[in-house]
Design a protein around this ligand. Structure first.
Ligand SMILES: Cc1cc2nc3c(=O)[nH]c(=O)nc-3n(C[C@H](O)[C@H](O)[C@H](O)COP(=O)(O)O)c2cc1C
Length: 172
């Protein structure tokens, strides 16, 4: 199963990047950084259909079966850059339904990072419900806590356990 790690943070060398580097070291997951693309806010009139979103999603939808989203926690939610990406998934149920249908049965998991452990279960809802809507399979979400911008050995063990769960995940 081919997996892609999709990173959405407002800084390239921050905490989410550190988690992503660890994930890359421990897996063969390919990586995509949303900061490398121009993806504008959802537009009901689809005047932005010429930006990077559709070519990008077209490529990854056909190339990968498992999507891992890595986001920092900004104001109790996913990052803005990640939310814009999720909003644009609406293009896949409007102007590119073929791509939306191609997501059916694919898997999704999420890893988040912040300097605290204060997230409620509702943090995962936009991901798990979006997966459900798109008929994808939501595997799990893992929140990681970085202290002084460092991944502790305890957090590393939790991240490795997340990797194992994701990689061994089988749809019943
Ligand atoms: C705009 C913004 C909002 C934030 N909101 C929260 C928050 O609601 N809860 C929290 O625990 N940390 C919050 N933080 C702290 C970040 O989650 C934390 O520093 C994270 O590890 C940063 O990851 P990054 O380096 O990939 O941006 C916020 C940081 C920023 C910049």
């Amino acid at each position: 199963m081919k997996t892609i790690l999709i990173i959405g943070s407002a800084r390239r060398n921050g905490d989410t990047a550190k988690i992503s580097t660890l994930l890359q070291k421990e897996t063969h997951w390919e990586t995509l950084n949303l900061s490398d693309y121009t993806i504008s806010h959802y537009d009901y009139e689809h005047k932005n259909a010429g930006d990077d979103f559709l070519p990008l999603i077209e490529k990854i939808v056909h190339q990968y079966d498992r999507f891992i989203f890595a986001t920092p926690v900004y104001w109790y939610s996913m990052s803005g850059i990640m939310k814009v990406f999720f909003d644009r998934l609406s293009d896949l149920v409007t102007i590119r339904k073929d791509l939306g249908r191609a997501l059916k049965g694919k898997q999704m998991a999420v890893i988040s990072s912040s300097a605290g452990d204060n997230l409620g279960e509702q943090f995962w809802l936009p991901f798990s419900r979006s997966a459900e809507y798109l008929e994808m399979v939501f595997i799990q979400g893992l929140h990681t806590e970085l202290i002084d911008d460092k991944i502790s050995s305890k957090e590393k063990a939790r991240i490795l356990s997340f990797v194992e769960t994701v990689q061994n995940f089988k749809v019943l």
